[in-house]
Design a protein around this ligand. Structure first.
Ligand SMILES: *Cc1c(COP(=O)(O)O)cnc(C)c1O
Length: 370
């Protein structure tokens, strides 16, 4: 079996896969009510929130779109903090809904500077909401969300967070940091197949919902909340994914979130150290913002990134991701979130060294060990 090292979908534990194969139940019956109630309570623990969490049958992007469509109106000004391709996605969604986008962008590989966000908010007082990516999967950079949230709250704006590749892997205490809408999905840190997305909605976001005039139907927050109160979802949910999620959430809370965060910190450091030992450089130059869920490695000069990815897959059974947008062919990305062991990373790094050598790259003479 391949060593799947893309930053989502991530490998699933055997118990999760077994649960996903369970027989169907009535999604308007008592068993589903127990299931969704239990899952909701556990999600609140993982999000560290008392807010409602809506469980949507969609991918992460669906949750991002829902976050904007349910809290804003066409013509509203939205400040989008962008440090990569997923930051750009918020821009595209806001534009599709006819919102006025104020973009604060940073070079790929860098984290957002909260001070720049503060300045932009001062310069554009009409802004109603700030959209920010917690962990930018396209560059392997984690923003200082706590500092950005402080700036957004000082300015008294709505804070919308894409936590799709961070929640459940790196700390994100939703209530303590004052995040109004936080979106994530099943197929990354949660170790479950794709199909469900989770969005937490603060009382302030519910206030915004009341006046938000963007069109919405399938992903309407109030419909999901009112059905949840009956132990249901408005439309047929991805029941199989609920089964898997039930198992993985139990597993995560048994492990303890602190231990899971520490595991990701270790795995992230191991990956970065290993890449540097091969003489490679990371897109995230500043170690303080290097992501513990995904590492973007620059493809050395003279080597074709596409060929490197193909060789890793065909010869070594290691599946990594390439670069997106302007980074296509220039980087490879190694996912290390969710169900991942140190051996998986060791194997990946070993294969990377061998594949690079086959492509004519010269490994550093002395491989530092630490
Ligand atoms: C994966 C990812 C998305 C997109 O999620 P989909 O489930 O593919 O729609 C959005 N943002 C970030 C940060 C991601 O890692």
């Amino acid at each position: 079996m391949a060593n799947l090292r893309v930053p989502g979908p991530t490998p699933c534990p055997a118990d999760v896969l077994a649960a996903v194969g369970g027989q169907m139940i009535n999604h308007r019956g008592p068993e589903f009510k127990d299931l969704i109630t239990r899952v909701h309570q556990r999600l609140q623990q993982v999000f560290e929130t008392k807010n409602d969490i809506l469980i949507l049958t969609t991918s992460g992007t669906g949750a991002m779109e829902a976050a904007l469509a349910n809290t804003l109106s066409p013509g509203d000004a939205v400040l989008c903090v962008s440090i990569g391709e997923f930051g750009e996605r918020f821009v595209q969604i806001a534009q599709a809904y006819g919102m006025e986008v104020v973009k604060v962008a940073f070079p790929y590989g860098q984290a957002a500077d909260p001070e720049e966000v503060r300045k932009a908010l001062r310069a554009h007082p009409q802004v109603k909401a700030v959209c920010v990516t917690h962990n930018e999967t396209s560059t392997g950079v984690t923003n200082d969300l706590q500092a950005i949230a402080r700036v957004v709250k000082e300015a008294d704006k709505l804070l919308i967070v894409d936590a799709i590749s961070s929640l459940g892997c790196i700390p994100l205490p939703v209530d303590a940091w004052g995040c109004d809408v936080v979106a994530t999905a099943s197929q990354k840190g949660f170790m479950v197949p794709p199909g469900l997305a989770f969005v937490s909605v603060s009382p302030r976001a519910w206030e915004a919902y009341k006046t938000a005039k963007s069109p919405r139907f399938y992903l309407d927050f109030a419909k999901h909340k009112s059905y949840y109160e009956r132990g249901q979802t408005p439309w047929t949910p991805a029941i199989s994914i609920f089964y898997g999620l039930d198992v993985s959430l139990r597993f995560m809370l048994q492990q303890g979130m602190e231990n899971i965060f520490a595991h990701h910190a270790r795995i992230g450091a191991l990956t970065r150290r290993g890449a540097r030992a091969l003489g490679l450089s990371l897109l995230a130059a500043d170690e303080r913002y290097a992501s513990n869920t995904v590492t973007a490695i620059r493809v050395p000069e003279g080597i074709d990134g596409q060929r490197l990815g193909a060789l890793l897959r065909e010869r070594f059974g290691v599946v990594v991701a390439g670069g997106q947008g302007p980074l296509a062919g220039k980087i490879i990305r190694i996912g290390h979130m969710g169900y991942v062991r140190e051996e998986d990373i060791q194997e990946t790094l070993e294969a990377l060294g061998k594949a690079l050598t086959l492509l004519g790259y010269r490994l550093p003479a002395k491989i530092p060990t630490s």
